[in-house]
Design a protein around this ligand. Structure first.
Ligand code: FEO
Ligand code: CA
Ligand code: CA
Length: 574
């Protein structure tokens, strides 16, 4: 515990020293970005939704928000700027395939054009993946006191995981769900396969096939058109039921070591098995942001969303081949996993064979902490701690700037030691090489009343390099006390270059006690998909509902869901 505390203080010492150096560094960062612009345009992620980057080349200086900002709001609605509107595409309980309802607490979304495997870029017809992060016993079956019946556990367990379904923009401009053979659910019961070094290892009880994907928070898209769903708070489900807390008291069939991975799903192949990528480590995965190196290795940036936890990157052994999707499907099976040391600006290799500190590490009772690489991957945060990677303040999303290659990291908050509003930090790899083992870093933005936002969570860039961010002030605190200035959880726009770089401009405000999560674009930039997660989460009973969204008033219980936001001018016309 004492080592934990001293490391925590280390992060805050680093924060303070960077605040005083910020203006000096800022100049050098801008210069590095400018000089690397042509190269990084070519090397930025080749994910399908990044294709508009090419269209933006002649327009890269467009840093003005394409909307008139809204004010903070406590309205029980998704409030948008004038000229924008949202269509509710699916909410909890809506059927997406025969007998398969849309799950609870929608999170990460990814739009992939229906014609993408044939080289198309449709922005009006696609497959939408949506994560379902965690259940809500009160609003799903009403049993808060426990013990839960098998049926109640099944309701919760089938409501997490993810949904994939077809969406189309209609002639009237509205987005609609479409029945289709691609539509399916991944749930807490779906058979998934462990791949990589931990498959079949003792630490997972010898398992290769496992039951379910849970805690599906944010995620990512690969350049070969699969989605990555990140399993975050996976310890909660097997834990004893805690009323009003995060113990769900599921039965003994839940094995937490089978969860906590990055799970890859080929949404174009409805009979494919979700694949858990153990080489990317097991921790509270928030999301994955992919960049290709000059050698076409896949570099995946990831955060462990917990107080005083680390930032990681995975570098694939193999190289991406744009012409061989089948081979690309194996790229995340083997590679190197690193954790970030922010004090020295180095990436520390989590490798049992070459790191004596991992071989010599002992638990309090004297037994070895790690016996092989599978133990290191299963307990990646423990290995990062042994190697003295830097614990930081709850890393949520990481995203790669499409023009500079810099990695933006949302550190949401850490109230345990006085960081109540969080920061967005920017990492710059040595020589802008994502395979590098050293980096610099700097602040991009700091939360608080002076900047207008608190608790940054999911991030997404537009192809001009502007950052769009959603906040995650906890439900019990939104609109109150030191968080009152922001009203409900919200979405903000930031230019990353120019006079207004780092200044938050408010785009949206969510319904009561919700978190807006998982924004994603269509390739033309005219539509953003967005989840409205946990509206009315502080309701204390069915007769004391604090939100009714998507109903605006009346008595219905709130239902989390996914919306399509229209009104954006699109990339070409800005
Ligand atoms: Fe599930 Fe870190 O938010
Ligand atoms: Ca999140
Ligand atoms: Ca969050």
């Amino acid at each position: 515990m004492s080592e934990h505390d001293s490391s925590t203080n280390l992060w805050h010492q680093l924060l303070e020293s960077r605040i005083s150096r910020r203006s000096a560094l800022k100049g050098s960062v801008a210069a590095a970005g400018a000089s690397l612009l042509p190269l990084s345009l070519e090397t930025a992620s080749a994910a399908p939704t990044d294709a508009p980057s090419a269209q933006a080349r002649g327009n890269a200086a467009n840093t003005r928000p394409p909307f008139s900002p809204i004010r903070p709001s406590t309205a029980d609605d998704l409030v948008l700027p004038r000229g924008y509107r949202y269509d509710v595409v699916r909410i909890y309980g809506d059927e997406i395939a025969a007998g398969q309802p849309f799950g609870y607490n929608a999170d990460f979304t990814a739009y992939l054009p229906i014609d993408w495997l044939e080289g198309g870029q449709s922005s009006t017809d696609g497959l939408l993946w949506v994560n379902h992060e965690y259940p809500n016993p009160l609003l799903q079956h009403g049993n808060l006191a426990g013990p839960k019946t098998p049926e109640q556990i099944a309701i919760e367990r089938t409501s997490v995981g993810g949904s994939v379904f077809r969406v189309q923009r209609q002639r009237n401009g509205r987005w609609a769900f479409v029945g289709d053979s691609h539509n399916r659910r991944v749930t807490g019961f779906t058979t998934c396969r462990l791949t990589g070094p931990v498959a079949g290892a003792a630490g997972v009880r010898g398992a290769v096939e496992v039951s379910g994907s849970v805690g599906n928070c944010s995620g990512g898209i690969t350049p070969w058109g699969t989605i990555l769903s990140c399993e975050e708070n996976v310890d909660d489900y097997g834990a004893p039921l805690v009323q009003g807390g995060f113990g769900y008291g599921w039965d003994q069939s839940y094995v937490k070591e089978h969860q906590g991975w990055v799970t890859e799903v080929d949404i174009y192949n409805p009979s494919s098995t979700p694949l858990k990528r153990t080489a990317m480590g097991r921790f509270r995965h928030e999301n994955v942001a992919i960049r290709l190196s000059a050698n076409n290795r896949v570099v995946a940036y990831m955060g462990d969303d917990r107080n005083d936890s680390c930032v990681y990157k995975f570098v694939s052994d193999g190289s991406y081949d744009p012409k061989n999707r089948e081979a690309n499907m194996k790229l995340l099976e083997t590679g190197k996993l690193y954790a970030a040391d922010f004090q020295n600006g180095t990436w520390l290799l989590l490798d049992y064979a070459s790191q004596n500190a991992l071989k010599n590490a002992k638990a309090a009772n004297g037994t070895p902490l790690f016996r092989d690489q599978s133990d290191v991957l299963l307990n990646a945060s423990g290995a990062a701690s042994v190697l003295r990677a830097t614990p930081v303040d709850r890393p949520e999303d990481l995203e790669v700037h499409p023009l500079t290659g810099h990695v933006y990291v949302a550190l949401t908050n850490n109230s345990a030691h006085g960081n109540f509003h969080g920061q967005i930090v920017r990492m710059i790899e040595e020589n802008n090489n994502p395979e590098a083992t050293s980096f610099q870093w700097d602040f991009f933005a700091t939360g608080g009343p002076q900047s207008g936002f608190s608790s940054p969570d999911n991030l997404i860039f537009d192809p001009y390099g502007n950052l769009w961010m959603v906040t995650d002030i906890s439900s019990s605190r939104t609109g109150r006390g030191i968080y009152a200035f922001q009203g409900n959880n919200a979405m903000f726009f930031f230019a990353t270059e120019g006079a207004n770089a780092g200044k938050a401009v408010q785009f949206a405000s969510g319904p009561n006690q919700c978190e807006l999560t998982g924004p994603s674009w269509t390739p033309d930039g005219r539509t953003m998909f967005l989840s409205v997660q946990h509206p009315g989460e502080e309701s204390s009973g069915m007769d004391k509902l604090t939100s009714h969204w998507p109903n605006l008033g009346g008595d219905p219980m709130p239902r989390p869901g996914v919306v399509a936001i229209s009104g954006f001018p699109g990339w070409r016309r800005r």
